[in-house]
Ligand binder design. Structure first.
Ligand code: SF4
Ligand code: SF4
Length: 316
C-alpha cells in the first residue's frame, strides 16, 4: 500500500520523511541534447565541494577520462561514441551536434564554422551526458544506512553526513544506479573509507543559491529548480524535439510511477538508457523489505508456537 513511509510509489519525499511544511522539492533536469561536453560542471562540482582528484587515465573506449561516478567524481560527463551517419542530419535520432540549441557566448574569439564536405565527415556521432546522483524518491541507500548518516533534506534530496558514516558500505550495494561509493584515496584525502556522493550542493541550497554545476553549465544542459516545474519543462522539450523529427528523444527518471518513485535528478536522453550506462528499469532495492520482515515475523512466530506445543506436549 502506498502511504506514509512507503518504500515505493509516488510520494513527496520530504513530507514522507516527516518535514511538516517543506519547501518545493528541488532537483535537476539534465537535457543531454544541448550538452557540449565541456566538463565545466565536473570542475565546478570539484571546486565547490573540495572533491579530491579522481583516477585519471584513458579508458581505451572513450575520449572521456574521468571514468564514472564515484566517491571522487560526483558529476561525470560521459562521452559516448556511437556509430551513425557521417556528420549527422537534423531529424535523425541522436544527432546531438545538429540539434537546435540556444546560442552560447563562451567568450572565445570568433571564428567561422569549418567547411567540411559530407563525405569527409567521420561515420560516428557523440552522445554527451552529465550524470549525477538521482536523489531518488525512494532512496535505498538511505533505507539501509544503519547510522542515519544518509538523510533526506527538506528539499527532498539525499545527503551523506561524513562525520556519522561508519563506512559499512551497505548503501553502496543498495543503490540501483551504482552512484554512491566509499572513498579509497588519494593518500591524505579527507573522508577515506567514507561513503561519498553528490549532495545537490545542500550547503548552497540552504543559503538560497543554485548548485555549483548548474551555475557553471554554459548551455543550460543542467537545469535546477522545483521538480514539478522541471518535469513540465522536460515534457515540453521532448515534444519540441519530436516535432523536429528527433523521435529518439525520451525522458529518464521523470515518472513518479517508476521503480524508484521517480528521481529528483532526471534526464532527457537521445538513445536507450543502456547506451548511457543507465539501468533501463531501476527498482528501489528495499522495495520488498516490509514483505520480507513480515514473512520473517510469521516464520519466527511459527517456530515459537512449534516450540511451545512441543514443550507442553512433553510435560503432558
Ligand atoms: S541514486 Fe543511489 S545514492 Fe543517489 S539517492 Fe538513489 S539510491 Fe541513493
Ligand atoms: S557544463 Fe553543461 S555543457 Fe558542459 S559538460 Fe557539463 S552539462 Fe555539458
Amino acid at each position: 500500500m502506498i502511504g506514509r513511509n512507503s518504500l515505493f510509489g509516488p510520494v513527496d519525499p520530504a513530507a514522507d520523511a516527516g518535514y511538516a511544511d517543506p519547501p518545493a522539492r528541488k532537483g535537476f533536469f539534465t537535457d543531454t541534447s544541448v550538452c557540449i561536453g565541456c566538463k565545466a560542471c565536473e570542475v565546478a562540482c570539484k571546486e565547490w565541494n573540495d572533491v579530491p582528484e579522481n583516477l585519471f587515465e584513458m579508458l581505451g573506449t572513450s575520449y572521456d577520462n574521468s571514468h564514472s561516478l564515484n566517491a571522487n567524481q560526483w558529476r561525470h560527463v560521459a562521452f559516448i561514441e556511437r556509430p551513425g551517419p557521417a556528420g549527422g542530419t537534423a531529424g535523425q535520432p541522436g544527432q546531438q551536434a545538429d540539434l537546435p540549441r540556444p546560442a552560447v557566448d563562451l567568450g572565445m574569439p570568433e571564428m567561422g564554422a569549418p567547411v567540411v564536405p559530407d563525405e569527409a565527415k567521420p561515420d560516428f556521432r557523440w552522445l554527451m551526458e552529465s550524470d549525477v546522483c538521482k536523489h531518488c524518491t525512494h532512496a535505498a541507500c538511505l533505507d539501509v544506512c544503519p547510522t542515519g548518516s544518509l538523510f533526506r533534506t527538506e528539499f527532498g534530496t539525499v545527503v551523506v553526513q561524513d562525520d556519522i558514516c561508519n563506512g559499512c558500505g551497505y548503501c553502496v550495494a543498495a543503490c540501483p544506479f551504482g552512484v554512491i561509493d566509499r572513498r579509497r584515496g588519494p593518500d591524505g584525502a579527507e573522508n577515506i573509507g567514507i561513503a561519498q556522493k553528490c549532495t545537490l550542493c545542500y550547503d548552497r541550497l540552504t543559503d538560497g543559491q543554485r548548485p555549483a554545476c548548474a551555475n557553471a553549465c554554459p548551455t543550460e544542459s543542467i537545469q535546477y529548480g522545483d521538480v514539478d516545474e522541471l518535469r513540465r519543462r522536460a515534457d515540453e522539450r521532448v515534444a519540441a524535439l519530436h516535432e523536429q523529427g528527433i523521435m529518439d528523444a525520451r525522458l529518464y527518471g521523470n515518472d513518479p510511477n517508476d521503480g524508484v518513485g521517480g528521481t529528483g535528478a532526471f534526464f532527457l536522453l537521445l538513445d536507450e538508457p543502456e547506451v548511457y550506462g543507465l539501468p533501463p528499469d531501476p527498482v528501489v532495492t528495499t522495495k520488498d523489505l516490509p514483505r520480507m520482515f513480515n514473512r520473517a515475523g510469521v516464520a519466527a512466530l511459527a517456530m515459537l508456537a512449534g516450540a511451545a506445543v512441543s514443550f507442553l506436549g512433553r510435560r503432558a
